[in-house]
Design a protein around this ligand. Sequence first.
Ligand SMILES: Nc1ncnc2c1ncn2[C@@H]1O[C@H](COP(=O)(O)OP(=O)(O)OP(=O)(O)O)[C@@H](O)[C@H]1O
Ligand SMILES: [Mg+2]
Length: 354
Amino acid sequence: MGLIHSYALWNNKGGVGKSTITFHLSMRYAELHPEQNVLVIDLCPQANSSMMLLGGGPIGEENIINFCKEATPHSVVGYLSTVITNGRGAELPDPYNFVVNVSDYNKNAPQNLHLLCGDGNLEPMAPAINEAASAKALTPSAQPWKWIQEIIKNFIEKITSSEKEWMVFIDTNPSFSIYTQIAISGAERLLTPINADDSSKTAASAMVALLHGTNPPHPIYGSWTYAKMAEEQGIEVPKIHLLIGNRLTQFKGSATAFKALSDATSTSLYKIYAEHPEYFVEATEDIDSKEKFIEYYSKPLRDFNSAGVVCAHLGRLLSSMKQGYYPVYSENAKVNAEKIKECKNAIDEIIVKL
Ligand SMILES: Nc1ncnc2c1ncn2[C@@H]1O[C@H](COP(=O)(O)OP(=O)(O)OP(=O)(O)O)[C@@H](O)[C@H]1O
Ligand SMILES: [Mg+2]
């Protein structure tokens, strides 16, 4: 019992689909595994995945506002503020003072889906988290930076110590700010959405450099990067589990529609893998070519088209959607049965890999 796996959805590049994929994966995973608990931790101040989970659109937005305006918010900010105020070594608060059951707010969500809600105040709070992390160690055993980095990891450990099994998804912000670092340090594994454009190749290598350092290390910055401090203070950096080739609308329809990654991005990532297979979750078979690497470590996610996007806007499960028209703000969006099936199958193929 306890934690099955924790996955952070992260790419150092914005707008690649982290939040939308967090939403679809967590909803569907919870639907397919009713005997388990599923937890989403939203560590992005934009709170996009929380908004979709909590009913989508204006309903989701209102639910988030209600959680975040409480004196001790039912959100990541409420949890982080409480733990930091209590101080290192204090007993951790009850996670259920902060986590909500998604189905209490969104009747379309499975009952085993829980959320530590995103909160816009994470952004103004970031300097205070940084200050706590950079405090002077007053005893030989105190490691303020490590304590802060492990704050989400410890939260997960506490909530998953119950009798049920838990699957955890963490949505992140693209920046490598302190709140993204604690999301990364909190997860065992990474799911990395990647787009097909040219800048994705650079973003993928930049991501690895942020996690593991540049080679050679920079003579000045090299000594105080996350990568260096994680190595020195024994923080376990999560391993890349799966690269999700998320091809957005602009790439649809072409012959490349079923290929997960562009050639440039695959070449660059395979080179990293060949030199450092330990940056990836260990493969169960021999990976000795770029083709095998792509086959094993990447999955294409087709264009979500209106089915996936309308579904996220309404906070609904793909499996609950029928062909027809659905309200999206003042418009009625048409959703096609074939497209719903395609989206659901694409998400299911990723779930099989988790
Ligand atoms: N497979 C897809 N097909 C069509 N549209 C998509 C797909 N994935 C994401 N989108 C759309 O792309 C936009 C960006 O997606 P999303 O907000 O999930 O990205 P993100 O990586 O979380 O962004 P940020 O870096 O700002 O947090 C959204 O409008 C979303 O609806
Ligand atoms: Mg997002």
